[in-house]
Design a protein around this ligand. Structure first.
Ligand SMILES: [Zn+2]
Length: 273
């Protein structure tokens, strides 16, 4: 009776804090607050869906795969704001990044929010393989969403990643046309400074070969799961390509060149010194 009275008063006075939660078979006393806690969400992972909006929603609400958000390629606008699908509550684990690793954390589903962007990925045309652009309205919606998420969870720049960054042996999404730069300009994710790249190039031809082991070591420090044995095998090449797709999308052939080496050094200087 006393509880009901308190609850009633609290319902009327929103400033009142409820310290008892009646869960039907017991009461939870919430007057004491621990300080040694952190958030489930420590990473933000970007994807593309490879299919249109209707197909994306069908697949991502079916078995095996899901994401917290789906950003349409042509979002509806309500009251001047883009409408983004939220399929999974943020406190729950969505299934978008199963076998994955970043900065030593594996199985990133447990520790991330996943955003799927409606985009067809690479499409074979008579002129060859063509990546599909991310339209400006979609980028605008994505920026609003990502900025809100990194702000609310204080996600650091180096932990805003693509699926290809955390699973470079299996995945190529969100692809070389993904708007990493626009996100960076809005305060989301990492981007190297040109002056730092020039300083680390130190007069080298950007296309000249870089030391494989040195680049492996830099990318491992940055977050990639890569060997540091100096061997340019397929696995290492896939990691170099994933890094280039993110930070040097004009050439992502996976060759260890001086420019990639300088970009990696510039990122480490800026974010993980
Ligand atoms: Zn993906």
């Amino acid at each position: 009776m006393r509880f009901i009275a308190v609850a009633l008063v609290c319902a009327l006075l929103s400033a009142c804090t409820v310290t008892r939660i009646d869960r039907g078979t017991y009461i939870a006393d919430t007057r004491h607050h621990a300080t040694s806690v952190d958030s489930r969400v420590r990473f933000l992972v970007m994807h593309y869906t490879e299919i249109d909006e209707a197909g994306s929603l069908e697949v991502l609400t079916g078995p095996n795969v899901s994401a917290h958000y789906v950003v349409p390629d042509a979002p509806a606008i309500e009251h001047g704001e883009p409408v983004i699908y939220r399929l999974v509550p943020e406190e729950k684990r969505a299934w978008h990044a199963g076998v994955s690793e970043w900065q030593g954390t594996t199985e990133l589903n447990a520790a991330s929010i996943g955003i799927e962007n409606v985009n067809l990925g690479p499409v074979d045309t008579p002129q060859g393989r063509r990546w599909q652009p991310y339209p400006a309205a979609q980028v605008d919606a994505l920026v609003r969403l990502a900025k809100d998420i990194v702000t609310r969870y204080a996600i650091p720049p180096t932990r805003v990643v693509g699926h290809s960054d955390i699973a470079p042996q299996r995945k190529i999404d969100p692809g070389p046309l993904f708007p990493w730069r626009a996100l960076y300009a809005a305060g989301v994710g990492a981007w190297p400074d040109d002056a730092d790249i020039a300083r680390h190039l130190a007069g080298r031809d950007p296309k000249s070969p870089a030391d494989v082991k040195a680049l492996q070591e830099k990318l491992r420090r940055y977050g990639y799961e890569v060997a540091t044995d100096g061997v340019l095998d397929d696995r290492t090449r896939n990691v170099f390509a994933a890094f280039q797709m993110h930070f040097r999308p004009g050439d992502y052939a996976g060759r260890p060149d001086a420019e990639s080496d300088a970009i990696a050094a510039a990122l480490l200087d800026k974010y993980l010194r």
